[in-house]
Design a protein around this ligand. Sequence first.
Ligand code: FES
Length: 87
Amino acid sequence: AFDVKLASSGRVIAVPAGTTVMQALADQGVHIPVSCEQGVCGTCLTRVLDGVPDHRDLYLTDEERAANDQFTPCCSRSKSGTLVLDL
Ligand code: FES
């Protein structure tokens, strides 16, 4: 489990194991546009301001993954305890 923090409001939302970031956000009324929900299309791509994403998508290039500044909340997770999102 890890937390995501919404940069605009400072809100912290817990993401339990077995729950996607997208679902955890939606449960708190924060809806991100999604399409494939499988890490393929890139529709859900969200900017990361701090923390290290655990990329589980098939969309980003290796270079983009290494930059740690965006991730796909429909399937990717976090390697750090908190991921600060540009939301
Ligand atoms: Fe397609 Fe997340 S919804 S990559």
